[in-house]
Write a protein that binds this ligand. Structure first.
Ligand code: F0G
Length: 458
């Protein structure tokens, strides 16, 4: 088999600013050892997120010029709506400025004190938006998904038995909806199988609960289904996507991922009453229903991006380039979540730094070191992001995994950039015994990882 190449030519480039290791040591210190607080110009290869960081195509840029900026009834809205409907098959498509705006609207309407919303694993903004309404966000991931070193095809699956048990225990009347996140971002970018979506749907139907997809990376998930699930190898990506959405009653979407744009999102719904309530809230918080917090040009770019993201050459390149980084790291003995996920490689910080306990944030230590060593920016997904405190003792309650995510922006970096990233991380790994833990010296009450400041342990 020949090398899988980037399925595009480069028409426009953005220079990278180089910095020295000495400069980066100072920059990181000034940023409170939190790479979220480092200026992007001071980053060489930015793997902080795959969200809103895609390179748009010439056709998307053409769409930007062609966008119809009418306040109501914009032509760009109808193109966007038609494209989304083609994929989700839903009746109501409500544009929002990004994924969390869709979440905010949905959960504000369905959530309240004493309720529960299960998911395979909630993403942090989803959890925050749910918990903001007093509802409890519950993760019901299959057991294998909690073990980074265990390989399975669909480690993002929901534990269907646990879901049914949970519904019986809490009462279906206290569960406004069930969610599945495709792919499972917080659990390693791992896919969810079609069978699992079907099984969850069956349980939902039994208890008359709506099923929603958190669909940010729906096309990547569909590609994994095509490659790994029996009966799908001959199906088109579009038809696999359509089948995935056919089991759902609605979806929240951040177009900043699998719509290949820098801003945008939507809510896709079937229920007339819920759609009406969402639209009313949309008008108050986002905008009129035919633009919802976006410009007409943004809607054009989303419509075009949704078409491009389902191209099989694109998806083959996309999934392979993530896997390529994963393989390089595994070959060097670096512990990662296996197999590699769709949009990111997740370093298993517990095994990378067994001597640093969760209380001293091993993931943060890796994130800081790879920035210093090579100007590579990743993100901690562990006790900094998800750790809670015991209200009585003040002790940290760590999440099950301590991870560092290296998320790959779509169509942005070439193979040599990725080779460089692997070299930097391997260099850090070689001197892992010298790495130190961190202490938090400032934190916000919610979503603390964005603004927390740290101090290295002596
Ligand atoms: N759901 C999932 C699974 C996500 O990964 C994200 C965003 C959102 C919802 C919220 O979407 O950012 O458009 O408001 N994830 C980004 C990330 C931020 O880096 O993984 P948004």
């Amino acid at each position: 088999m020949k090398t899988i190449i980037e399925p595009f030519k480069i028409k426009s480039v953005e220079p990278i600013r180089f910095s020295t290791k000495e400069e980066r040591i100072k920059i990181l210190e000034n940023a409170g050892y939190n790479p979220f607080l480092v200026k992007a110009d001071d980053v060489l290869i930015d793997l902080l997120t795959d969200s809103g960081t895609s390179a748009m195509s010439a056709k998307q840029w053409a769409g930007i010029m062609d966008g119809d900026e009418s306040y109501a009834g914009s032509r760009s809205f109808y193109r966007f709506e038609e494209m989304v409907k083609k994929i989700t098959g839903d009746k109501f498509i409500i544009p929002t400025h990004q994924g969390r705006a869709a979440e905010k609207i949905l959960f504000f309407i369905v959530g309240s004190e004493g309720k529960f919303i299960p998911n395979n694993t909630h993403f942090d903004t989803t959890r925050a938006n749910i918990e903001f309404t007093g509802t409890e966000a519950v993760d019901l991931l299959v057991e294998v998904g909690k073990h980074p070193e265990q390989r399975a095809d669909f480690k993002g699956n929901m534990d269907v038995e646990a879901l049914e048990k949970f519904i019986k225990e809490k009462g279906p009347e206290n569960i406004p909806l069930v969610m599945i996140t495709v792919t499972n971002n917080s659990g390693g970018g791992q896919p969810v199988s079609m069978q699992n979506i079907k099984d969850v749907k069956q349980v939902c139907q039994k208890y008359k609960l709506p099923l929603f997809l958190d669909a940010c990376r729906f096309a990547e998930n569909a590609y994994f289904i095509k490659k790994r699930e029996k009966g799908y190898s001959d199906k088109s990506i579009l038809s696999i996507c359509q089948e995935m959405f056919s089991y759902a009653d609605g979806a929240t979407m951040s177009a900043k991922k699998d719509a290949l744009v820098n801003i945008g999102g939507f809510l896709s719904l079937n229920d007339d009453e819920l759609a009406m309530k969402c639209r009313n809230l949309l008008i108050v918080t986002e905008g009129f229903p035919t633009y919802g917090g976006l410009a007409g040009r943004d809607l054009e770019a989303v419509a075009q991006g949704l078409e491009e993201v389902m191209d099989e050459h694109y998806l083959q390149y996309r999934i392979r380039s993530t896997e390529y980084l994963g393989e390089k790291m595994m070959d060097a003995g670096i512990p990662i979540i296996e197999p590699p996920g769709g949009h990111a490689i997740y370093i298993d910080a517990k095994r990378f730094l067994p001597n640093i306990p969760p209380q001293h944030f091993p993931g943060q230590s890796i994130v800081c070191e790879i920035y210093i060593d090579g100007g590579v920016r990743g993100v901690e997904i562990g006790s900094v992001m998800f750790g809670k405190y015991n209200k009585l003792t003040g002790e940290l309650i760590p999440p099950p995994m301590e991870l560092v995510r290296l998320a790959i922006p779509r169509r942005v970096y070439t193979q040599s950039h990725i080779d460089y990233v692997a070299e930097v991380i391997i260099e850090t790994y070689k001197k892992r015994n010298e790495l130190k833990g961190y202490e938090i010296i400032y934190e916000a009450p919610m979503l603390r990882h964005f603004t927390a400041r740290f101090k290295p342990m002596k």
